[in-house]
Ligand binder design. Structure first.
Ligand SMILES: Cc1cc2nc3c(=O)[nH]c(=O)nc-3n(C[C@H](O)[C@H](O)[C@H](O)COP(=O)(O)OP(=O)(O)OC[C@H]3O[C@@H](n4cnc5c(N)ncnc54)[C@H](O)[C@@H]3O)c2cc1C
Length: 395
């Protein structure tokens, strides 16, 4: 039986691996457990790309957090000696003129307030700079250079390797199925593979599987499938930066967003940040149905004529860990000492990667942090509205 750890982290997605690394860098003896292989193929963090954007409507804290994370993304590119974060910029475009209260308008105002310099775009400028968009259909918005995408699966792989070098004991092939408890305190975990790992504190960072391990979270967390499409453009140059960058297409009204041609995969990824569909993370099949393909084709025909007939190379149903208010869930369990939960990415957690580990480690060590109030253990009534400004909330 392994000797006791200071902290056991359950789950090696972006929440778990950055936490393990940060705690190790603070001198803790840390174990990181995951069924593996790593990065886990079904993990939300495992993908060819994730959007890195500062834009969160009128929510200044999230923008401040991404400003901090962006410095980290640039530093990780140095540390790992390869561009895992591609700062190609983002275009956030609207079908109608931007207006107060709207996601794009409020984000634009917040960018200006915080000293950023986005380029406002009208219909003519959109067509001149980004010719793949159907002329005249999008009439307002902006291009912001400080943003882009990260190759998320490769980021997690690099972080796991780095964590091991720093002395984190990574146990791939271990599926936690219960906690060891002594005197009402959590003192370790048991795994489906029949092993036990004693530890001073356990952090559950199991993404959309977290409420399976901590059932009292099922009232405030749900697993939601989302469609992801990978298309082969007939004219790749039209979908390559600087002519085509990370985009949101009236996203809070449509859910649609996407990426330029991927440098390694040679596909254009388009996905929807919408209501999605409920599923069980361990039991249900993860498939993108024909109805989702029909919605995609309608969007492409309307917005990107050159992509309307492009073949779909593959689809992926990726699963959000949605909290009811769409803010992360990072806190000590109020009734179970020794247990911390760090989950609830709600479809927008990956971009915070470089600053997430430090934030979660502050919670573990009960250190002050300017943002932890946003993610603390909270009462959320059924019917609580989602607050993530970019999210499309209606069917
Ligand atoms: C379709 C889609 C698109 C997204 N796009 C973006 C985007 O563009 N930008 C952005 O910022 N965010 C985006 N997100 C959100 C982001 O991916 C997530 O918030 C983030 O990756 C969650 O990380 P995590 O570590 O909590 O979970 P995961 O990455 O899912 O990791 C959880 C890990 O826990 C492990 N695990 C599960 N059960 C156990 C167990 N019993 N024992 C041990 N280990 C266990 C799993 O194997 C897995 O490796 C998107 C998410 C999805 C689904």
């Amino acid at each position: 039986m392994p000797s006791g750890y200071d902290v056991i982290v359950v789950g090696a997605g972006i929440f778990g691996v950055t936490t393990a690394l940060a705690l190790r860098e603070r001198g803790h003896h840390v174990a990181l457990l995951d069924p593996g292989p790593l990065p886990h193929p079904l993990a939300a963090s495992t993908d060819i790309s994730k959007v890195i954007r500062m834009e969160y409507g009128a929510d200044e804290e999230y923008m401040a957090m991404v400003e901090e994370a962006r410095e980290g993304w640039l530093a990780w590119n140095e540390l790992f000696g390869q561009p895992l974060y591609h700062e190609v910029g983002v275009t956030m475009l609207t079908r109608a003129p931007m207006a107060p209260g709207g996601y794009e308008y409020e984000s634009y105002q917040m960018l200006l307030k915080r000293g950023h310099r986005p380029d406002r775009l009208d219909a003519a400028e959109i067509t001149r700079r980004f010719p793949a968009w159907r002329p005249g259909h999008y009439v307002d918005g902006y291009f912001h250079a400080r943003g882009g995408y990260a190759e998320s699966g490769r980021v997690v792989a690099a972080l796991v390797g780095h964590a091991q070098k720093q002395g984190v004991e990574v146990h791939a092939g271990q599926t936690v199925d219960g906690f060891l408890e002594e005197g009402g305190r959590v003192v370790g975990v048991h795994t489906r593979e029949g092993q036990t790992f004693p530890g001073g504190l356990v952090v559950v960072a199991a993404g959309t599987w977290s409420w399976l391990l901590v059932p009292e979270l099922a009232a405030v967390m749900k697993s939601v499938g989302q469609p992801v499409f990978h298309l082969k453009p007939a004219d790749p140059a039209l979908f390559t930066p600087p002519h085509f960058v990370v985009f949101t297409a009236d996203v809070s009204h449509t859910g649609w967003y996407g990426f330029p041609l991927h440098p390694h995969e040679g596909v254009v990824k388009v996905a929807n940040h919408g209501v999605g569909w409920r599923l069980h993370p361990a039991r249900d099949e993860r498939v993108v149905g024909e109805s989702e393909v029909i919605k995609l084709r309608a969007f492409l025909a309307d917005t990107f004529p050159a992509l309307a007939e492009a073949p779909i190379v593959y689809t992926r149903c990726c699963v959000y860990c949605d909290t009811l208010d769409e803010h992360f869930w990072i806190d000590h369990h109020p009734e179970r000492p020794g247990l911390v939960v760090a989950a609830g990415g709600s479809g927008h957690g990956f971009k915070f990667g470089p600053m997430l580990g430090g934030l979660i480690a502050d919670v573990v060590e009960r250190r002050p942090n300017p943002y932890t109030h946003k993610f603390c253990w909270r009462e959320l009534a059924m019917g609580t509205a989602g607050e993530e400004a970019a999210r499309h909330h209606r069917r």
